[in-house]
Design a protein around this ligand. Structure first.
Ligand code: NAD
Length: 274
């Protein structure tokens, strides 16, 4: 189904990342993947010991999970989407290695106003916290498109998928506040990319809103059992699983789908409930 197609999978932190399930599914469908993980790059400057320990551990976990689940031959590279040089380096490196991309998964989010399952009210969020979350979790979609397209790596007709959730649109009982605003921006940016890149390059861009999922690092840092159980109870089909999400992403990655600019729900029908 995806033969001779290569996709960049961002956002793998460990075996339980949503992006990992997607990478597995692409391989099962005869596609190829290259994976980036957050880690120390040659472009980081003045990192504190705490920050470099965090980044090194993150990258080690990423590397060993990729090796274990996807195999030793998968091409991996560190990437920090907040550093423009890191993005340019990724594109240059892929180009040098003759790796052409038929699309990518944006599965990146970070919000420092969420700590130990508690989240700052919007009124307490500082401009710096707001801008950081926006940059990492939303604008990085544009930064990635920019680097990969102008680096000559992202091919005409490629497919881009970003990950969002229902809180982008309305106040939810999930404890995301600042992050919800970034997700709203991510969705709108996805639509803008669908327009700009569709017109010029035939590139598609879609966003998927997924059910709450505690298996990943990001989900576990944010959600409580009762949030996930409540969503499961309300949703007509129960919460969607990472496998369901991966299935839909692979569908959108298929070169023959003329689908773009969509905000789709893979959430067991949660979004239709009042
Ligand atoms: N878990 C859920 O309930 C849920 C629901 C809907 C959507 N999502 C979205 O799915 C995506 C993946 O999340 P996940 O649940 O698999 O969690 P995860 O923790 O496995 O993935 C988040 C990823 O973002 C990466 N990241 C953070 N800052 C980065 C930076 N500066 N540069 C590069 N990468 C960076 C992290 O390293 C990590 O790999 C996120 O966009 C998240 O918002 C998650």
């Amino acid at each position: 189904m995806l033969s001779n197609n290569t996709f960049l999978i961002t956002g793998i932190a460990d075996e339980n990342s949503l992006a990992m399930k997607t990478a597995e599914k692409v391989l099962q469908n005869n596609g190829n993947v290259v994976c980036t993980g957050l880690g120390v790059t040659q472009f980081h400057q003045n990192l504190s010991e705490k920050a470099s320990d965090f980044l090194n551990k993150n990258y080690d976990d990423f590397k060993s999970a990729v090796e274990k689940v996807l195999g030793k031959d998968i091409y991996t590279e560190p990437l920090d989407v907040t550093i423009p040089e890191s993005l340019t380096f990724l594109a240059t490196d892929l180009k040098e290695k003759n790796i052409e991309l038929n699309g990518f998964l944006h599965a990146i989010a970070m919000d420092k106003t969420i700590r130990n399952k508690s989240v700052k009210p919007m009124l307490e969020v500082t401009p710096e916290e707001f801008n950081d979350t926006m940059n990492v979790s939303a604008f990085s979609l544009v930064s990635l498109c920019h680097a990969l397209l102008y680096g000559g790596v992202l091919q005409n007709g490629a497919s881009i998928v970003s990950l969002s959730y229902i809180a982008a649109e309305k106040v939810s009982f999930f404890p995301y506040i600042n992050m919800s605003i970034a997700k709203a921006a991510l969705e709108r940016l996805t639509i803008e990319m669908a327009y700009e890149l569709g017109n010029k390059y035939g590139i598609r861009a879609n966003a998927l809103r997924f059910s709450p999922y505690m298996g990943s690092k990001a989900g576990n840092a944010t959600l409580k059992d009762e949030d996930v159980e409540r969503a499961h109870r309300i949703s007509p089909l129960g919460n969607a699983l990472p496998e369901d999400l991966a299935h839909e992403i692979v569908h959108l990655f298929r070169p023959e789908t003329r689908i773009t600019g969509e905000i789709r729900h893979v959430d067991g029908g949660f979004h239709i409930m009042g």
